[in-house]
Write a protein that binds this ligand. Structure first.
Ligand SMILES: [Mg+2]
Length: 368
């Protein structure tokens, strides 16, 4: 046998031999979407960056929404079947309804309905419903301990899931109550008058025995050492408290300046470390099994991954989600977190099928 010859012809790593195709024209876009009838868009880093819209994003989405489904192109009535657009985000600060309204405002007249939005606050609420919490469920008499912002509380309320916020800072008379649907008796919370929290404070926490679960979303305002202590105590000590879900596991989000903001994954990691190894939160966002296998087939009627494309700016959530789900296309935009060289060097599980310098490059020329 010739081992020396074999050594000289060793195969290069499979992930780095080809360049990912770039979509840079309407005809490239049409080719890439030839078999695609359903498009899923991430938002932050794709359609906008903070308050700044990505130029051309609205026009691109309008052209896609107006385009005929490939499957209906031979039908006489192909005007009636258009490509479907959905918006899938790990951001838990807004509800589906609030996202639909924001998208409609920022996409230049394209009307987006709540049914087109799959946000992680809703995904977490639906996970809790699947475990019996909420209206009509076998655990409807139990509540969840919730950390988050308006979007999460609105989705819990919509699902009829009773919640408590645990220890919250009492910094103003309207800090709690009012607009978040927290008028229900379920919103009772411990009040803290300052960020200071002593071991005696923690020792004196009275846990609510009706708490059957913990749900964590992003909140810079509500997240405190006291909250971590309270959540960990619920998980460790309450016999009913066996359900633990996080809206997403993003470790950080990029600010326009480039600085990274600790994400929901960082908050969940703190609670998991405090609660101990037996308590690991289910990930309800992109990257987790629940959204992909449990929620998506219900959220998108007749969903067929082989005819779907995901457009996102992160390799570890958006692209990984599409690859894991067997989507026809996993498209990376370069207007957000991930860079081209990171995509080219990514493992197959996070390797995009296409690169879009911007979502604007997905504009179809429907007039031809
Ligand atoms: Mg993003």
């Amino acid at each position: 046998m010739p081992p020396a010859a074999a050594a000289t012809t060793a195969a290069p790593p499979a992930t780095t031999t080809t360049t990912i195709p770039t979509i840079a024209s309407p005809s490239d876009a049409a080719t890439a979407l030839a078999q695609v009838d359903t498009l899923l868009f991430d938002q932050d880093g794709v359609l906008w960056r903070g308050d700044e819209d990505v130029p051309g994003a609205a026009r691109a989405l309008q052209s896609l929404a107006a385009s005929a489904c490939p499957s209906s192109s031979s039908d006489a009535n192909n005007d009636e079947k258009r490509r479907r657009l959905f918006f899938v985000t790990n951001n838990s600060t807004l509800s589906r309804r609030a996202y639909a309204s924001k998208l409609t405002k920022r996409l230049g007249g394209l009307e987006v309905t709540p049914q087109q939005v799959v946000c992680s606050a809703w995904s977490a609420a639906e996970y809790l419903r699947s475990k019996g919490f909420g209206r009509g469920g076998e655990r409807s008499g139990q509540k969840v301990l919730a950390l988050g912002e308006a979007g999460l509380f609105d989705e819990l309320t919509e699902a009829g899931i009773a919640y408590t916020r645990g220890p919250v800072l009492s910094v103003g008379e309207e800090e709690e109550g009012g607009k978040n649907g927290s008028s229900s008796p379920s919103s009772s919370s411990l009040r803290l008058s300052s960020l200071r929290c002593t071991s005696a404070d923690i020792a004196s926490f009275a846990l609510d025995p009706s708490v059957g679960g913990v749900v964590i979303g992003w909140s810079a305002q509500q997240f405190t050492y006291a909250w971590v202590a309270y959540a960990a105590a619920c998980l460790r000590e309450l016999p009913l408290c066996d359900t633990f879900v996080v809206t997403n596991r993003d470790s950080a989000d990029a600010l326009p300046s480039g600085r990274l903001l600790p994400g929901t994954g960082a908050i969940a990691a703190a609670v998991e470390a405090a609660a101990g190894k037996a308590h690991v939160a289910v990930d309800a966002g992109k990257g987790g099994e629940w959204l992909l296998r449990g929620l998506l087939p219900r959220a998108i009627p007749d969903f067929d991954p082989s005819r779907a494309a995901m457009v996102g700016d992160r390799l570890d959530t958006d692209v990984a989600f599409a690859v894991e789900g067997g989507f026809r296309a996993a498209m990376l935009t370069l207007t957000g977190v991930a860079k081209r060289d990171e995509a080219e060097g990514a493992a197959l599980a996070q390797r995009p099928t296409h690169i879009l310098p911007s979502v604007a490059d997905l504009t179809l020329d429907n007039g031809s």
